[in-house]
Design a binder for this molecule. Structure first.
Ligand code: S3P
Length: 170
């Protein structure tokens, strides 16, 4: 039987990729990473797409790749933190999967992303950028069926939390 997609949303550094990979293997589902698909589709890194073509272009590709991915089922999909900015993407995700929100506080996010140069929106003063973006995106992840604090949980604990939530929903 083909299962409904599980779609992970959340701010940068909340663990969507690490959790997504483990959850997919635990549930025997396919792991789909939207950021990775974008880089394959464009044959460029995310920082290069931003610097060469700008954020608006990146968002268009993100919607295209997300739309294509959601044609399939039985996947755990890790989205980019900004996928929720488009109301169209939000509708798509709600129609095509069970949406789970991974959360973390500002300090945790900063600690997780500070040495990573692959996030163009956090270049410069990352602490300040995180704070500004979190404020700007306040409430935008709230459409998820379930929200999980990831700060003091291991990947395994988060995966267990999600699988329990899913089995209780059935
Ligand atoms: C972005 C998050 C990134 C990536 C891009 C933009 C955002 O993904 O899609 O750098 O706007 O929050 P991660 O959430 O996987 O870091």
């Amino acid at each position: 039987m083909q299962h409904k997609n599980i779609i992970l949303i959340g701010f940068m550094g909340t663990g969507k990729s690490a959790v997504g990979k483990r959850l997919a293997s635990e549930c025997g589902m396919v792991y789909t990473d939207i950021d990775h698909q974008i880089t394959e589709y464009e044959n460029k890194s995310i920082p290069d797409i931003f610097s060469l073509f700008g954020e608006d272009y990146f968002r268009k590709v993100e919607t295209k790749v997300l739309t294509d991915a959601l044609q399939n089922k039985n996947q755990v999909i890790a989205t980019g933190g900004g996928a929720v900015l488009s109301p169209h993407n939000v509708q798509l995700m709600m129609r095509n999967g069970l949406v789970i929100h991974l959360k973390a506080d500002e300090t945790t996010i900063f600690e997780r992303v500070k040495s990573d140069s692959a996030r163009p929106l956090l270049q410069g003063d990352a602490k300040e950028m995180i704070s500004k973006l979190l404020a700007k995106r306040e409430g935008m992840y709230d459409f998820a069926s379930q929200s999980i604090e990831t700060d003091h949980r291991t990947v395994d604990e988060i995966v267990e939390y999600i699988t329990t939530f899913i089995s209780e929903k059935k």
